[in-house]
Write a protein that binds this ligand. Structure first.
Ligand SMILES: [Ca+2]
Ligand SMILES: [Ca+2]
Ligand SMILES: [Ca+2]
Length: 261
């Protein structure tokens, strides 16, 4: 086992050196363009992309009104459908007219597979720039967290696109009863649209073009050794394939294991 691991590291580093050299050659331009990630366009969020599975949410953009979404408030709050949405006809809006300890919209019966990597995304805004907190958990007792644990998203009065990537947990379980909820507590008007949760299909496909190849390796090498912090950009985060907060040999090993796929 130890020997196998060492061999992998040696092989990985060999390829890393190759890519470092290759990046000084004409291929540099291609690697550079891959380094400039495509903007988080709204168009990209409304259709399946290569390298992603299907969106697990139904009525993800509120075009069917409130269908599939459940609203709860312990105070004076209203869930309504407004128009226009961020890039479509409709969006979901929660108007909270008092401080609340428990106001939420959620969708449940979401199907996930533990150990798989997922990307959660949505468009959001809040008139007075308050936070939305998101959790993904088992909808029944014991309410096990499935990978998004009360994560705060800082909304402001303009539409912004947010995302969060995670590995569904716990291990070795089919998560048939997942619920994702948005929780809001401060008096404000919150609007959300294009809510997505999709499996990232190809481990190591850092630039998300559907194949794991030299361009992904180039990106990983370019970010090699970088620690992931709250301010890290998306591409740096993607290079940390195993999500242990540093781009290192383990990420390289995962990429190489999937190389050419
Ligand atoms: Ca919409
Ligand atoms: Ca790729
Ligand atoms: Ca890592």
């Amino acid at each position: 086992m130890q020997t196998e691991h060492r061999s992998l590291v040696v092989a990985a580093l060999g390829i890393a050196v190759f890519v470092t050299i290759a990046s000084t050659l004409p291929i540099q331009n291609s690697i550079q363009s891959a380094l400039n990630p495509k903007p988080q366009s709204h168009a990209a969020t409304t259709q399946a992309q290569t390298g992603y599975g299907d969106n697990v949410f139904l009525n993800y953009g509120f075009e069917d009104g409130r269908t599939n979404w459940t609203f709860f408030t312990d105070t004076a709050g209203v869930f309504s459908i407004i128009t226009p949405g961020s890039d479509s006809d409709k969006a979901g809006q929660i108007t909270l007219s008092a401080q609340s300890n428990n106001t939420q919209i959620y969708q449940q019966d979401l199907l996930l597979t533990s150990g798989k990597k997922y990307r959660f995304e949505f468009d959001g805004r809040a008139l007075n720039s308050n936070d939305l907190n998101v959790s993904l958990y088992q909808q029944t007792d014991p309410f096990t967290n499935y990978g998004i644990n009360n994560v705060s998203f800082n909304l402001n009065s303009n539409w912004q696109h947010f995302y969060y990537e995670f590995i569904a947990s716990p291990e070795n379980t089919v998560l048939t009863q997942a619920r994702l909820r948005f929780v809001m507590s401060t008096r404000d008007t919150y609007t959300v649209d294009n809510i997505q949760l999709r499996e990232i299909l190809k481990i190591g496909d850092i630039n998300r073009d559907g194949v794991v190849d030299v361009f992904d390796l180039g990106l990983l090498v370019a970010h090699y050794g970088v620690q992931i912090t709250d301010v890290s950009d998306e591409m740096t985060r993607r290079c940390d394939i195993n999500m242990d907060k540093v781009v290192n040999v383990f990420d390289l090993g995962l990429l190489i294991a999937n190389y050419g796929k």
